[in-house]
Design a protein around this ligand. Structure first.
Ligand code: F6R
Length: 608
């Protein structure tokens, strides 16, 4: 959630930290700060509420030079959005930044008698004081102090630490919260996210959990908790800096919507052998699909919505129960999972804490886990039994777009392979399925080509306080994501309903001119959905109808229409997703909001 960066080396550290933080701002953005050693080897802290641009202005007012420092963008969890609660936090000889939550901070406050010392309301400052005490107890041995310090903590953390008497050095340790690091020709660098490293290196490593990292201008060293040096596994970034830039688009979200056809190609094509899906290179064996008698899909938010689409696709084809669980609920519902359950865990970031905890629970109950993850080397990817990496490239906008469509593509491919393996379809049918899947790519391009038409819908949307999305079957599954997208970036109250369910209560909310976005792309329920459209229209709703090119519509059934290419029913989600994303995007623009960094949200939710 929070963004973290640390640097030591020959370059001007303050500039490097500020540039890195600007790239990490999407992870959290209510306040920002840096701490650095100045040329007199004293630690200086500059931090304030607001975005990184505001911090940059403050930093400009001091003319200091530095070659070692740490920086942080905050997404508040403990304590309000104030300058004092912003990171870095300082305690005695220790200055640190923290991503995560220290769950036992109350006990630690009492144990260390910190009540009068604390100047902020954060758990992170408590951690800083504890480390300072331990550092003194360990006679200023950083490794011993950090080893003893983490034994006292419960919760999740990624810390970067400066000790007053260790100028030029940065120490780091993590549990759950992500950290990646690299030694480059320009010095040593550590961050919560690859986007901060990519300008300096393509080679990096994921900081192993429960290990301590020491960065100096000359090297990066990793130690286990017995203080033995270990060699981390080096990884290579598979995308370049362009992928993390706006490249002429006004917002990351719009750029990422446009990148979807390419992201699908990158995800699907390398996994085709002839015209059939093949996961040999992913190391995903067919036995995984044969040995199960139920599928549990576990995820949060948009990723969970991809799971709901997959359930509607998989159950009729595979004829085994498929259950979709919100990860934060799964954890506490005593789930029915055993060795015959295939758990499919979906996460763009691979770091969402609820999804990770749910995955660990499924594993402890004996289920093999197949994860669908976009970020290479992330915790979920590393801990799951098998990984299907989506190749969307970095997703920077907080609202997920391209990650959703590649998650769907992954699920469609897995479903096809499973059906083939389990004898639920022939090779010819599987080949046709994959052909239909590839046909969604030009259909998505066609939707992007209709951007201006889609933009014309939002004039009406942004005048009203609510919007309803309705559909049946798969169309209902798509609606859920459309409503989420609109809510999170336009702040318009939006709800998705199964169209047939409306008259059991929700239709009471329909008033004159309320926008209803009706999705009617499923032939077998098309007529039924249109009846429901008439019901809301008769009660004054302003209807925007999304239907296939070939659908016969009577005049006046809707106020506005958007036609999508004539795909086989199961595949219409892809162009519909683009349309719904564009509706949300233009609604946000129409309301003059911060599209890429909507209020209260953060990318990569590493707190429960
Ligand atoms: C919404 C959105 C979130 C994420 C959710 C899970 O646009 O991005 O709902 O989908 O927080 O995140 P990951 O996929 O990283 O586990």
């Amino acid at each position: 959630m929070c963004g973290i960066i640390g640097y030591t080396g020959p370059l001007e550290a303050r500039d490097l930290l500020l540039n890195g933080l600007a790239g990490l701002e999407y992870r959290g953005y209510d306040s920002a700060g840096i701490a650095y050693f100045n040329t007199a080897s004293q630690v200086r802290i500059i931090k304030n509420v607001g975005k990184v641009a505001a911090l940059r202005e403050c930093v400009k007012k001091t003319a200091e030079v530095s070659h070692c420092g740490i920086g942080h963008t905050r997404w508040a969890t403990h304590g309000g959005v104030t300058d004092k609660n912003a990171h870095p936090h300082r305690a005695g000889q220790v200055t640190l930044i923290h991503n995560g939550i220290i769950e036992n901070y109350h006990q630690l406050t009492e144990e260390y008698g910190l009540g009068d010392k604390l100047v902020s309301q954060t758990d992170s400052e408590v951690a800083a004081w504890v480390l300072d005490a331990v550092y003194r107890d360990c006679r200023h041995d950083p490794l011993a102090a950090i080893g003893a310090f983490v034994k006292k903590l419960a919760g999740s953390y990624g810390f970067c630490i400066l000790f007053d008497d260790r100028p030029g050095e940065i120490y780091a340790v993590r549990n759950v919260s992500p950290l990646v690091a690299a030694y480059t020709r320009s010095g040593a660098i550590i961050a919560s996210d690859l986007t901060a490293l990519i300008s300096y290196t393509k080679e990096y490593f994921v900081v192993p959990e429960g290990h301590i990292v020491r960065l100096t201008p000359y090297k990066v060293r990793v130690y286990d908790m017995d203080y033995n040096r270990i060699e981390p596994e080096m990884l290579e970034v598979s995308w370049n800096m362009d992928a993390a830039m706006k490249n002429g688009f006004p917002h990351f979200m719009l750029k990422e919507i446009h990148e979807q056809p390419e992201a699908l190609r990158n995800t699907i094509l390398p996994r085709l052998a002839g015209n059939l899906p093949d996961f040999t290179a992913d190391g995903i064996p067919d036995e995984l699909f044969l040995d199960c008698n139920q599928i549990r899909i576990i995820a949060c938010g948009t990723a969970m919505h991809a799971g709901i689409v997959a359930k509607a696709l998989m159950e009729p084809l595979l004829r085994i129960p498929v259950t979709v669980s919100i990860a934060s609920e799964f954890r506490y519902e005593d789930p029915l999972v055993d060795g015959k359950t295939l758990a499919i865990v979906i996460s763009q970031s691979g770091e969402t804490i609820d999804t990770l905890a749910a995955m660990r629970l499924a594993q402890s109950l004996g289920a093999p886990v197949l994860s669908i993850v976009n970020v290479k080397g992330s915790t979920i990817a590393r801990e799951s039994d098998h990984v299907f990496y989506t190749h969307a490239g970095p997703e920077i906008a907080v609202a997920s777009t391209k990650a959703y469509s590649v998650q769907l593509a992954a699920l469609y491919m897995l479903c096809c392979r499973m059906a083939l393996t389990r004898g639920r379809c022939t090779k010819a049918q599987a080949g046709q399925f994959m052909e239909d899947l590839l046909a969604v790519i030009p259909a998505m391009e066609a939707m992007i080509g209709q951007s201006d038409h889609i933009r014309s819908f939002v004039r009406h949307l942004i005048r009203e306080r609510d919007t309803f999305f309705i559909g049946r079957g798969l169309d209902y599954a798509f609606s859920l994501e459309g409503a989420l997208k609109l809510k999170e970036i336009s702040y318009i109250h939006a709800e998705a309903y199964a169209a047939g369910e409306l008259k059991h209560g929700t239709i009471a909310l329909i008033y004159d001119n309320v926008p209803v976005i009706a999705i009617a792309t499923q032939d077998h329920v098309f007529a039924k959905t249109i009846s429901n459209v008439r019901e809301v229209k008769a009660r004054g709703a302003y209807v925007i109808l999304l239907a296939k090119e070939q659908a016969q519509l009577e005049d006046g059934v809707a106020d506005m229409e958007l036609r999508i290419p004539d795909l086989e029913d199961r595949f219409t989600v892809f162009p519909i997703a683009v349309a719904l994303q564009l509706i949300a995007y233009y609604a946000s623009i129409g309301k003059n909001l911060d599209v890429d960094q909507p209020r209260n949200l953060a990318k990569s939710v590493t707190v429960e």
